[in-house]
Design a protein around this ligand. Structure first.
Ligand code: FUB
Length: 310
């Protein structure tokens, strides 16, 4: 009887674990989760935190050498589609930097464009962030990296948005949140770089993500004041602003300094993808992606999301 009880408890535990919501990926550390809907599935393009080992990166800091892509048709079962890109595939990367930070992926004219930041050594020998693009025929890759990073862009956390009129935009972080138009080839800028206006003056370091809902442009970003990063948003009638800050999407957490969001509509429901450090409570550079439903009020404002913890 005792053995049967133990087996039943283990079975119930396994079922609860496989259906519990957060974190959503169990085989890797996954941060900065950019979710995109391609066909009937959600594809997740997160950063991949690893722990710095001897000779790899800087102990105690972010250490990221590649990206994996995950996909799901039901937001419960996630398939690891394997390694999408490694820093060793990037001809211009400083492969001692382990700096494959937050990426994005978008479809245009039947091709998939994967955007990623990583460090590149300058002529002064200093390593600084640039943004690269890799091209693929399918959302799960394989992807081929362009031989040069995007000209005129220095910074991290690329986010790409294509408007209903076909104009594409690139957003990224470089001290401030920056934006510019992209050419139809999705590889070159097609306008001057703009610092996005009327956003909080301090504490915007990273992670812009723009989406459109009912004709309005929602720019979302992590914002730090005195604690850890809080997810906030601002709204505009134009993709490059000026924006009006509207409020909080998710409050700062107690134990993970970074947060990083993407927001998508899938099968009629909006979702917020973000991260915390569920599998590494004592080290917040080893993070795990989470998901929660997101709702709008009738006036277009976003209802604050409280993290669902199993
Ligand atoms: O993952 C490395 C950096 O941490 C990202 O680029 C930022 O957005 C923050 O989440």
């Amino acid at each position: 009887v005792l053995i049967r009880c133990v087996l039943v408890i283990l079975l119930i535990g396994a079922i609860i674990k496989s259906y519990s919501q957060n974190p959503i990926i169990h085989n890797h550390f996954t941060a900065d989760p950019t979710a995109r809907v391609f066909g009937d599935s959600i594809y997740l393009y997160p950063s991949h935190d690893i722990l710095a080992e001897q000779g790899k990166g800087q102990p105690g800091w972010f250490c990221m050498e590649d990206y994996h892509v995950f996909s799901s048709a039901d937001l419960v079962h996630w398939r690891d589609g394997g390694m999408l890109l490694s820093q060793n595939d990037v001809p211009w990367a400083d492969t001692t930097s382990y700096s494959m930070w937050a990426p994005d992926c978008i479809k245009r004219d039947g091709k998939y464009y994967f955007y990623f930041p990583t460090k590149m050594k300058g002529s002064d020998g200093e390593s600084k962030f640039s943004i690269g693009v890799a091209l693929g025929e399918r959302p799960g890759g394989p992807f081929k990296v362009m031989s040069e990073p995007i000209a005129g862009v220095k910074g991290i956390d690329p986010n790409v948005f294509i408007d209903d009129d076909g104009q594409a935009y690139l957003f990224w972080a470089e001290g401030d949140i920056m934006g510019a138009k992209l050419k139809r080839n999705m590889l070159d800028l097609d306008s001057k770089v703009k610092i996005l206006e009327h956003l909080p003056a301090k504490g915007l370091k990273e992670g812009p993500f723009l989406f459109k809902n009912k004709g309005k442009y929602y720019l979302t970003y992590p914002h730090v004041e005195d604690k850890t990063e809080r997810l906030e948003y601002a709204v505009s009638d134009k993709p490059l602003g000026p924006f009006q800050p509207m409020g909080v999407i998710m409050e700062a957490s107690d134990n993970c300094w970074t947060n990083h969001q993407s927001i998508v509509k899938f099968k009629g429901q909006w979702y917020l993808f973000y991260h915390s450090n569920d599998y590494s409570p004592r080290f917040d550079k080893a993070r795990s992606a989470r998901i929660d439903s997101l709702f709008f009020n009738a006036d277009g404002t976003i209802r604050e999301v409280k993290p669902t913890l199993r």
